[in-house]
Ligand binder design. Structure first.
Ligand SMILES: NC(=O)c1ccc[n+]([C@@H]2O[C@H](COP(=O)([O-])OP(=O)(O)OC[C@H]3O[C@@H](n4cnc5c(N)ncnc54)[C@H](OP(=O)(O)O)[C@@H]3O)[C@@H](O)[C@H]2O)c1
Length: 256
């Protein structure tokens, strides 16, 4: 568990498939939950027990209001379209704007991205690249963060309640229950052993974990100063990155 207990968590992407489950899981764990929603009329009734904060994650000022007073943030957002602008503004932009809004304030962060962000080809190349850029920005911030890369979302039966936390991003097409993803994200902000870790998440045969600490503790930490996760492939050279990304990284790392 955490040496610095988390009381209030902001969920970004709260109305989504995973976000709704994160809100419910966080409430079950006794946290106060704040949910960023674009349309509070629509979100009322969808997120019982959460405090709704209306805002758009593409506007840093909206996030500034949303993060006031929270000690943890969980991001499960995703763009509706796969247009280049959406991916940059939403999938990546949420992380960039969150860091701007926090302005150096050290809160716990759990970011959901995806398996296969290390891949350099395929149908989802663009979205995976922008998700990986968001990961890199978060690592560069130095915040106490955890990055969760789920496998394919599924609803699985009672025989697959165990979880496998892996590193190196080598598996393709394997599934994870959406409730496992939500639980992992909430456990990540509540458990010190999860800080500085990046991992893929899959379902496995067996019962649900009673304690996530040994699972997190068994992972290798991301190397200090590295933009990539432990065991990631060094296949995204900074020199080939979009100018906006390099500027954002330079600002965070203090490079001239
Ligand atoms: N499907 C899979 O098997 C799989 C596996 C691994 C990773 N993933 C990734 O997981 C991500 C999320 O999945 P999901 O199924 O939970 O997505 P989802 O149901 O589409 O939810 C996306 C969330 O992001 C919010 N959002 C989008 N743009 C926003 C904006 N400008 N301001 C505020 N909120 C905004 C949406 O809010 P609204 O309700 O207002 O639209 C919604 O709450 C996706 O990006 C996907 O790539 C998926």
């Amino acid at each position: 568990m955490s040496d610095t207990p988390v009381h209030t968590v902001l969920v970004i992407g709260a109305t989504g498939r995973i976000g709704r489950l994160v809100v419910a899981a966080a409430l079950r764990h006794g946290l106060d939950v704040r949910a960023l929603v674009r349309d509070s009329q629509r979100a009322v009734g969808v997120l019982p027990g959460a405090t709704l904060v209306q805002g758009d994650l593409t506007r840093a000022a909206d996030l500034t209001a949303a993060v006031a007073g929270v000690d943890a943030v969980i991001l499960t957002h995703g763009s509706a379209g796969y247009g280049a602008r959406d991916l940059e503004d939403v999938d990546y932009g949420a992380v960039a704007n969150l860091l701007t809004a926090l302005d150096g304030r050290r809160v716990r962060v759990a970011l959901m991205t995806s398996i296969n962000v290390n891949e350099l080809s395929g149908a989802y190349q663009d979205v995976l690249d922008w998700k990986r850029r968001g990961e890199r920005l978060l690592r560069a911030s130095g915040l106490p963060a955890t990055i969760v890369r789920p496998g394919w979302f599924a609803t699985l039966g009672a025989t697959n309640q165990a979880v496998a936390l892996e590193q190196g991003d080598t598996r393709h097409g394997d599934q994870v229950d959406t409730r496992q993803v939500a639980e992992a994200l909430v456990q990540a902000v509540m458990t010190d052993a999860a800080v500085g870790k990046t991992f893929e998440l899959f379902a496995a045969r067996g019962p649900a974990p009673a304690d996530w600490t040994p699972l997190f503790a068994g992972l290798d930490a991301d190397l200090p100063g590295s933009l990539d996760g432990a065991h990631d492939r060094p296949n995204m050279p900074l020199s080939a990155e979009p100018a906006r990304v390099r500027t954002d990284l330079d600002r965070l790392t203090g490079r001239p």
